[in-house]
Design a protein around this ligand. Structure first.
Ligand code: ACM
Length: 767
């Protein structure tokens, strides 16, 4: 047995790192390993490395002590005990953590696995840690399942890896509904698995103050507790069919004869969460949202508003008053304690959705505006944010705010977090102003929007760099994050469902940033067993080929593939919810009468996926319209106004255009409006046609005077599907769409004879 000196190890590692991977080995099939995000470069090796309890971890000095501990925490779950540490390779089976100053990319690392050694190199401990998580994904997916295995096999390969974006974040609102510190740790562990580096905690809002502040104890004594509100009621309606919506009893107490919902983190508890995150190279970014969204604080400290008022305006609550010194004292006291708990460079002040009309009438504001020669309450908001930024900077921290902080002028040193999809120029303006920008537009990065079968695609294909930026300006966009607002998320299992698997698409977007979507979908399937082992209540994969409103002429067959081999499809025909003991849909099911079928996938442990309601309706093939002379395109009428749904679009059209496809004409964009598309579809063959209508907000599609899809009402982008039986020829086409405030998503696709959904050829549209 050879005993290497450390110097020789370094030579050997150098050799292995640079010579072997190039020595005739082929580039691998990119679905071979279950790696998400996919590494920047990966080359296949020969053989495999076997980790056993006799393997050692080799590293000199203390530089990577924490990362060794992290790897050992993981390996212990498989091997029953941690590996011994050595400062040189004794025997040939070692995992070497090597300092390599030549790896300069922040978070970059190299991983070289041969049958004798695993060498993980980086110049910084964070790079080593990202590599540890790559090793984790190469290990069997049974972690935390208490199955002790004698040998863990890692395939020989060479990876050289670094992230595309510096800010790879997730956000969690713990105010509207509360999440335990154990859940935060579970989430942090999963963020680490997918190489995220920021967790943004929205700690305060109108509905609850969630972090202990010693100087203002009533913030949590009173502000952390509330009676049940309309958000809970909305959850309880959905709880009738989905237990994930039952308000988590962990956070309900009885006090003074009242039932209260809430909770908060003590400073000690939060410090332990911060330490847990830091060990996994994740910064926690605290957000204390002000000057709006402060109802929970104002209830206990009414001096914060201009006149002691604390109420709901049309949309938002009374903001704290930026014109009183006592407000600044309070805000600075709060952030001083926050900075003692959270070491992160960035601190978030919110700054969104401020109803500034409350300031217009206040004497304190009139006086200050006169004194500072400020003319608008927008400038007053800027005054507040700028002054707080100076305070943050005096403590060595940087300020982040939601994109509203841009509106009336900010310094170029604040960071802007973009969220308002309907203000597409906001991130452009910020980057051109020199601000750093993090992208989290509502569509597609608000993960509290109900997921559908397009969510993974939408997240994966999101481009964090706005098109209007030059290459130099785009440097200001340092990454993106997914946000979870918890108004409709009262449990940890519902949070898991909303986050997973969407988060994996975001992980690959931000780390790898190469379009490798089909490969990603394939690799994602290999992640579900690990998520099961980690007890994540992820959204089960969609059943392919489902249409909600089906039609048939004589008879049809429901034949659905299982999305994963270990899932079981079950269905009912009596309107009841499919349960674990409902009939299994094992093969083709013939349907020859009008029917309502409810079908869902079930995991091995009995978890139910989304329930799909399939309606079957017998139709004859619709006779085409008798149109004599038609032109290319559709007519599109534009109705200006705030409509609750498309059925309420009324009045006289403000303008009209001819369009050559279903999209929102640029010239018609306004915050709120309705559109009516009219004309014909020139159907090429008799058949049953399926349509897919994805819109934000509502839309209703009618073909041949038959309603095909009802996707009406205000909502985030969401796809609904329906069929219609059509004869060849010109068939009447009517599509109504309403926009309630800034989504602008409108997509219509079709399929026929079991094809994949496709764009409707422009030549089909006539009027
Ligand atoms: C936000 O969604 N109000 C930032």
């Amino acid at each position: 047995m050879k005993i290497y000196s450390t110097g020789k190890v370094i030579f050997a590692i150098f050799f292995l790192s640079f010579i072997l991977p190039l020595a005739g080995q082929t580039k691998i099939n990119d679905t071979q390993y279950p790696l998400i995000p996919y590494p920047t470069n990966i080359v296949d090796g020969i053989g495999a490395f076997n980790i056993t309890e006799k393997s050692t971890i080799v590293s000199t000095g203390k530089r990577f002590d924490n990362e060794i501990e992290q790897l050992n925490l993981l390996l212990k779950q498989y091997l029953g005990k941690p590996l011994k540490r050595n400062d040189k390779v004794a025997g040939s089976k070692a995992i070497v953590f090597r300092y390599d100053p030549k790896i300069t990319a922040p978070e970059g690392y190299k991983l070289n696995v041969t049958s004798d050694l695993i060498v993980l190199s980086a110049s910084q401990s964070v790079g080593i840690f990202r590599g540890v998580e790559t090793i984790r994904q190469l290990l069997p997916s049974v972690e935390k399942s208490n199955k002790i295995v004698p040998t863990l096999t890692i395939p020989a390969l060479f990876i050289s890896d670094q992230p595309a974006f510096e800010w790879r974040g997730m956000h969690l609102d713990v105010s509207r509904h509360f999440f335990s510190s154990d859940y935060l740790k579970k989430f942090i562990d999963l963020l680490a698995l997918y190489k995220f580096n920021k967790l943004h905690l929205h700690l305060t809002d109108d509905q609850g103050w969630r972090i202990e502040i010693k100087k203002y104890p009533k913030l949590t004594e009173e502000g952390a507790w509330r009676t049940f509100n309309n958000q809970d009621s909305a959850c309880l309606v959905r709880a009738k069919t989905n237990s994930d919506f039952i308000i988590d009893p962990k956070h309900i107490i009885e006090k003074d004869g009242k039932t209260l919902y809430g909770g908060f983190y003590t400073q000690e508890e939060m410090k332990s969460v911060v330490a847990y995150a830091l060990a996994r190279h994740i910064d926690i970014i605290p957000e204390i949202d002000m000057p709006g969204h402060m109802m929970a604080a104002i209830t206990s400290y009414p001096f914060l508003t201009a006149n002691g008022e604390n109420k709901w305006g049309k949309y938002f609550t009374t903001p704290i008053c930026p014109c009183k010194e006592s407000t600044f004292e309070f805000a600075q006291d709060i952030f001083t304690e926050i900075m003692e708990i959270f070491p992160s460079k960035y601190i978030h002040i919110g700054g969104d959705e401020v109803d500034r009309r409350f300031w217009e009438q206040a004497d304190s504001c009139k006086t200050l505006m006169g004194k500072l020669n400020i003319h608008t309450t927008g400038e007053l908001q800027s005054y507040f944010i700028n002054r707080m930024e100076k305070f943050f900077n005096s403590k060595g921290r940087k300020l982040i705010g939601w994109d509203e902080i841009l509106e009336d002028g900010i310094s170029s040193t604040a960071m802007v977090m973009y969220w308002r999809t309907w203000v597409p120029d906001a991130p452009v303006k910020a980057a051109k102003n020199g601000n750093k920008v993090v992208m989290s537009p509502g569509n597609p990065l608000y993960f509290d929007n109900d997921p559908d079968r397009n969510s993974l695609y939408e997240v994966y294909h999101f481009n964090p760099i706005p098109a209007k930026l030059s290459v130099a300006e785009a440097q200001g966009v340092i990454g993106a994050q997914g946000n979870i607002w918890s108004e409709r998320i009262p449990t940890e299992s519902r949070a898991d469902y909303m986050i997973f698997p969407r988060i994996t698409a975001l992980a690959e977007l931000l780390w790898t940033h190469k379009n490798n979507y089909n490969s990603y979908l394939h690799r994602l399937k290999m992640h579900y067993p690990r998520l099961d082992a980690l007890n994540v209540s992820y959204r089960l994969p969609d059943i392919d080929g489902l249409i909600e409103r089906n039609v048939f002429v004589n008879a049809t067959v429901l034949n659905l593939p299982k999305p994963l081999p270990n899932l079981t499809l079950r269905y009912t025909t009596d309107g009841s919810l499919p349960e674990r003991n409902s009939t299994v849909l094992a093969g083709p099911l013939e349907i020859n009468k009008n029917s309502e079928i409810r079908v869902a996938a079930f995991s091995e442990n009995g978890r139910r996926g989304d329930v799909n309601d399939l309606h079957y309706n017998q139709q004859t093939l619709a006779i085409p319209a008798q149109a004599t002379s038609v032109a290319d395109g559709l007519t599109c009428n534009f109705f200006l106004g705030e409509f609750k749904n498309v059925k309420s679009i009324s009045g006289v059209a403000k303008s009209a255009a001819t369009v050559h496809g279903v999209n929102v004409p640029k010239e018609f964009e306004a915050p709120s409006f309705g559109l009516k598309y009219r004309g014909f579809l020139n159907i090429p063959e008799d058949g049953i046609y399926s349509f897919y209508l994805n819109c934000d907000d509502g839309g209703i599609l009618e073909i041949a005077n038959r309603e095909v899809i009802d996707n009406d009402g205000p909502h985030a982008p969401f796809e609904k599907t329906g069929q219609v039986a059509l004869k060849k020829g010109l068939q009447l086409f009517a599509l109504d769409f309403m926009e309630g405030g800034g989504g602008y998503t409108l997509k219509l696709r079709y399929s026929v004879n079991g094809s994949q959904p496709m764009e409707i050829p422009t030549s089909w549209f006539k009027y």
